[in-house]
Design a protein around this ligand. Sequence first.
Ligand code: AMP
Ligand code: MG
Length: 341
Amino acid sequence: MKNTNRIICILLCTIIIFQLTGCYSANKSTHYSFSGFYFNTVINITLYDLSNVPDPKALESEIKEICLHYESLFSRTVEGSDVDRINKSKGAPVTVSEETIEILERALYYCDITDGAFDITTAPLSILWNVEGEDPKVPDEGLISEALSHVDYHLISISGNAVTLQDPEAKIDLGAIAKGYIADKIRDFLKSKNIDHVLINLGGNVLCMGGKSNSEKINVGIRRPFDETGEAIVSASITDGSIVTSGSYERYFEENGRIYHHIMDPATGYPADSDLLSVTVFSPSSMDGDALSTALFVLGTEKGMELIDSMPDCCAVFVDSNYSVHYSKGCSKIPVKVIDE
Ligand code: AMP
Ligand code: MG
């Protein structure tokens, strides 16, 4: 591997959870925390109140089943998933689950309102750039144009439970929204079991429900971009809601002193060259936060700020390339306390 072409995939969490102390054991059960590996990332779930949880291990298994279920529908790389079947359909209609229709419709809403800055057909570009692969390199211009010619969310049509890709070479990738969707579903599942105090962390896609207790919030930090020591640039105290970060420092490689990351600009075919290092969205729904954080990253501070200011109940923290922090208006209105470190 050449020095100028070094992959540096930082898989540290983008959101830091402060004061995660205590743990479940047979004798002492203050809270129960478990981890797993799904959606190509580490997940961690903490139940802070076990009063309605007679068997935490059984609940852990149920949640892991939910993760596997969604992975088997939404993953682009799992053979036979709904997304895989759509991508291999060569333009023929494919019947998919209700859940796949639900996430696709919400994703297409974000494609529309961002004028395609968010686009779930960026897969040909992600495959070409292969940012997370072995020895990635900047692809040839011609290959980028070719991949780009198959990127357009208007190519997706939905009729009932059937999904059609008008271009046989087009491919869907739900990587920018699926973790948020699944976090919401896990939260709903736990709510249905009368569990009130939970932290769901799907690879930095964080969703809090009820704080640690009725009187104690969950303290989180937004990681300082490119800081390998895990220092926070902004911290916040949350009772309910989602916090999701998209950043160029999450997955990238370097070539000739330039960073090439995983968030594509569907207008150019290159990694989004915005003025940002990261964007964090606070929102009631993690699916919305996930889609929005990716979209805002592509849009940049100015256009992104305009969009987030039009979304009720959401706010965003932008970290620009000078490490200056910009807050959207909603950060003062919603129950999120944002503090500069
Ligand atoms: P996130 O980490 O949520 O910001 O999502 C980034 C992932 O979404 C990438 O790894 C790709 O799989 C996919 N992706 C890349 N660019 C875009 C884009 N402009 N719109 C939607 N999804 C994208
Ligand atoms: Mg996202």
